[in-house]
Design a protein around this ligand. Structure first.
Ligand code: FAD
Length: 300
């Protein structure tokens, strides 16, 4: 019930615009690294000092104006240059709708092409985050075309989709992030229960660890993490074949502990003024995240 409320709020255009105008509020600063590149580089440096790399998301999604998509492209290009100039250990995550997928496929492709080409000069990885089901196939189409020319692109497999096993087989030669899935999807396309999603999640992770290129296991679920630790040990999969990922601000102690244990660890670092939808989805996933908000509001 609360999940549905936050999910509906995440798509509210009026609140999204208001949030952009009034800066980081509602406790979002605990899970968003900052609103500008300078603060974000500082946050990445702090993570790097703990042995953690970063994937940087210049927040933005569901863009319907060309000018806004072009602005997003310029910001991402700026981040790529800043990562390179500052010598920090980081790469980029981005969302196709942020670059105009809902406006025009070719326009989005051109924006994306420029970004992937700029990053490839520095051998920097670009991850196409996966959004809701309506954008899934067009996003894979973008990946298909880009990967013909560039090797620095990868994407995400969402375990709640019935088609995920087919997708992971098709993209096994690509660096993949595997997640449970963050959007509200219908029974027509996606598993609905936690048991089914968790079981498929484990199956996909194991498949890619055994058959695939590099695997990013993106979860805050300690049961999954413990399972993976045992699985890689039992199957003699070396640490350079995979990494764990978590979102900035979540389970910070566990992030540091995993890095200290010698696992590759990468934190997803969102930044920018378009934080509202991202933040609401985090509340939808886990209403206990409201605790973060309460703590922030009361400054504890
Ligand atoms: P959940 O199923 O939410 O939690 C499982 C259990 O873990 C909980 O019951 C609890 O015991 C424990 N737990 C979880 N969170 C916490 C916490 N904060 N503190 C203490 N215990 C906790 N989704 C997409 O659809 N597309 C993407 O491109 C995408 N990219 C992502 C990138 C990263 C780095 C991460 C971490 C997630 C991404 N997601 C993405 C979101 C993902 O799909 C899930 O919605 C989200 O991670 C919640 O699922 P979970 O696996 O973390 O665990």
């Amino acid at each position: 019930m609360l999940k549905d409320v936050f999910m509906a709020l995440s798509k509210n255009q009026l609140l999204t615009s208001a949030a952009k105008k009034y800066g980081l509020k509602l406790g979002a600063q605990t899970v968003v690294a900052g609103t500008n590149v300078e603060d974000t580089i500082k946050s990445i440096r702090e993570l790097n000092a703990l042995g953690i790399s970063a994937t940087v998301d210049n927040l933005g999604e569901f863009v319907f104006e060309r000018s806004e998509a072009l602005k997003a492209k310029e910001s991402i290009l700026e981040v790529i240059e800043a990562i390179q100039a500052n010598g920090v250990d980081a790469h980029i995550s981005l969302k196709p709708t942020q670059l105009g997928l809902d406006i025009d496929y070719d326009f989005c492709y051109e924006n994306l092409y420029e970004i992937v080409a700029a990053a490839s000069k520095y051998d920097m990885h670009i991850n196409l985050d996966m959004e809701d089901y309506g954008h899934l196939q067009p996003s894979f189409d973008l990946i298909d075309t880009l990967s013909k020319e560039f090797s620095n692109v990868g994407t995400v497999i969402q375990a709640y989709f019935y088609r995920a096993q087919d997708d992971i087989e098709k993209y096994k030669d690509m660096r993949l992030r595997i997640v449970k899935g963050a959007y509200k999807e219908s029974v027509e396309h996606a598993y609905q229960t936690k048991q089914e999603i968790d079981a498929n999640y484990i199956k996909l992770i194991e498949y890619h660890l055994l058959n695939g290129k590099f695997t990013s296991i993106a979860t805050h679920d300690h049961n999954v993490i413990n399972h993976v630790k045992k699985f890689v040990e039992d199957n003699q999969i070396s640490n350079d074949k995979f990494e764990f990922q978590m979102l900035y601000g979540f389970r910070k102690d566990m992030q540091v502990d995993l890095a200290k244990e010698g696992y590759n660890f990468c934190t997803y670092v969102p930044f920018g003024d378009d934080w509202y939808g991202y933040f609401m989805r985090r509340l939808a996933e886990r209403p206990q995240n409201l605790n973060l908000v309460v703590k922030q509001v009361f400054n504890k």
